[in-house]
Design a protein. Structure first.
Length: 277
């Protein structure tokens, strides 16, 4: 049996929130593969925390901005090593200047953003300058953008989480407030996709497999597993796709219905979410 270290167990526990012994057993069963261990915990009915994508906690600043006519929004994450640097006003303003450059120039990728001119030097050179000035590793950790008729940006308290949302209409009364409410929904509920049609086949197949294994461990007959797993999949869609989630501001109302209540044709075109940690 593969030897699992205490550090590996603790890392999985931080990612999932599961118990130490459960994490150890899952890592042994997966032969040390963290992603497989996460799925093993889920199949055994463990409630797994949502920090699957980020294996290491990183400090930094996340800034989201929209342009003046709300036709374009961008979110930028710059990582550093300590919370002390992340809370420094000069560092926050530096990250904001990169986000503003993204708004002004509308780069299509993080690499394109790195190459843009910022005060006579590229963004990447500015990042390296900060490294020399601060003495910590500084890197552009993420960049996303949305180009939509109504593009809205939202920064959660502390600059550790930010979202952007695109709506298909900009002439609806209160569009900016509606967009902000949806951006806050994305921040709070962390949907995996816009609608069930947007969920990848890989994720769907994994959820079906997990649903079957959960039902099997509950003692359900084999001939019922497919039906049960599809029911669990539909629940997954309801809880994890933005338009089907219950709107946090209106109880028992899906986001889709909330939007239609504002205008029959109003919907979300896209959303992006960046978070530290």
């Amino acid at each position: 049996m593969i030897k699992i270290t205490a550090a590996e167990v603790n890392n999985l526990r931080k990612i999932t929130g599961a118990g130490m012994m459960d994490c150890k057993k899952a890592l042994q069963e997966s032969e040390g593969d963290v992603e497989k261990a996460i799925d093993i915990l889920r199949k055994k009915g463990q409630k797994v925390a949502s920090k699957r994508a980020d294996k290491e906690a990183k400090e930094g600043v996340v800034i989201a901005l929209a342009n003046e006519d709300n036709s374009f929004a961008a979110v930028v994450m710059v990582n550093c090593e300590t919370d002390f640097v992340a809370k420094n006003e000069d560092f926050v303003n530096f990250v904001r200047s990169i986000a503003q450059k993204a708004i002004d120039e509308k780069p299509k990728s993080i690499e394109e953003l790195k190459g843009l001119d910022l005060n006579g030097r590229t963004v990447e050179e500015n990042l390296n300058d900060q490294l020399g000035k601060i003495g910590e590793k500084i890197q552009l950790g993420g960049y996303e953008f949305i180009d939509a008729p109504a593009s809205v940006a939202y920064i959660h308290m502390g600059n550790k989480l930010a979202t952007i949302v695109g709506l298909n209409m900009n002439d609806v009364e209160g569009a900016a407030d509606i967009g902000k409410d949806i951006a806050m929904q994305v921040a709070a509920m962390n949907p995996v996709a816009l609608d069930k049609e947007s969920v990848s086949q890989e994720v769907i197949e994994k959820e079906i497999e997990i649903g079957k294994d959960q039902a099997r461990q509950e003692g359900k007959p084999e001939e019922m597993l497919e039906k049960i797993s599809m029911g669990k999949l539909n629940k997954f869609f309801k809880e994890n796709t933005l338009l089907n989630q219950e709107f946090i501001k209106v109880s028992k109302t899906p986001v889709r219905d909330y939007l239609k209540g504002k205008h029959k044709d109003l919907t979300v075109t896209d959303f992006k979410r960046l978070m530290l940690g």
